[in-house]
Design a protein around this ligand. Sequence first.
Ligand code: MGP
Length: 457
Amino acid sequence: MGRKSKNKKRQKNHSDQNKQKRPAKRQKRERFWIEDCRDSSLPPNVEQASLEVLITQCQLFDDYRQIPMKRKECVDIGDDKNEDIIPKTSEEGAAETETSKIVCKSNEGADTKAVVQETQSEKEASEKSDDEKAEQSKSENETIDAVKATSKTNFSDAFISIKRARSALKPIKHIDNSVEDFRPLPNGDCGDGIINPYDKEEVPDKFWSQRRRLFTLFDEGIRLDKESWYSVTPEAIADHISAHLVGNREDAVILDPFCGCGGNAISFAKMERVKLVVCVDKDLEKLKMAASNATVYGIPKEKMVFIHSNAGRVLSFYEGQKLTSRPSDCETKANDDSVESFKIGGIELLPEAIDCIFLSPPWGGMDYAKVGKRNYTLQCIKVDGIEENSEMDGEDILIGAAKALGEDAPIALFLPKNINGVALGKSVLRAGYSCPLVLEKNVLNGKLKTVTAYIGS
Ligand code: MGP
């Protein structure tokens, strides 16, 4: 073999190796709280002020460069249940965690505390001498006493234990490097030759090139405003969340208090077993776009209702899944408006009962990542309050949703990948829940995109 062909072969091997390494490199860069936090266990007998966070993972795939999809009839998106929301057995846990020091930092301003625990695998614990065991139990008891002493109703010192379900331990699948590693061509051309027609300040090329990821039927007339271009949930993720939240419920009524241009609401409405999606937004133009987008997807008119109001206000009208009050003036009524015969109006259109709530609040624009890779909390979310000129944060909204639904009814909360699970766990406790909080990593084409918190059942 000549030197030239040897060199060529070496170059080819090198580029093949690089190709194989690329996904691993990318994963290394993406170390958010959810990736870095370790499993932990609650000290025994700490019942008060404790919550388990169970980390799961869904791996989804799409090909946003593809030829536009054809209009489909309204189809049931099926029983895409999270396959294994099962905590690890102690054996699996032992294999994973061994002796580990767990440092879960919560970001609660001046209250910021590190919850430091020593955990031991059961196997190691059984091998310990009696003295060591006594010493360990003494220190555990001291920790428990310390927690009990400092525990307040605001749960700032609550123990939040972290466990990973089997799905979260599965390696990230990389089925098609050409999709995962695809970078848009200049001017947002995603390979189909169509360049970004918008002002790049309004719609950056990155979002234009991903338009068919947001809505597979984008080319059939989907309408988005500036904010929605960066905040709509990609359809593959939206469909997965819908199936998970609705589960086996028949004739489900879903409340979506931050409907925006309708990505998630349409996904819920596509499900046959969903009876009604109640879409709320404070921006009437967004609601009209959502209704128009629902038409593109062929959603029957009776399956979606569009309500011009704000999230906190609408939640305050429900208690234990039932509508309890409705101000008589109905001042938010939007002139019996309608788009393509979908009903658009005010709070007079609220149904008497709801089953589940899906919360996808604004995260603070594209700057949500600036707080760092593990410091996003519900307090970072700011939305309009119930009263005029007042403000609520994400935790207030969660508390409002929990009250609106009552005991253990299901809420899904759509969050950024830099959410801190310990701080979120404390918010969930403050909202009155004590069941495990499921934090699902939404991995799309091998990349962690978003996190969905499922609370209640
Ligand atoms: P992204 O910031 O574009 O992350 O948001 P990505 O694609 O990982 O970009 P990179 O630059 O980090 O590589 C990812 C997804 O989060 C979007 O597709 C939206 O679905 C969702 N999202 C983003 N924002 C800013 C919001 C928001 O404010 N509210 C809601 N509900 N969802 C958002």
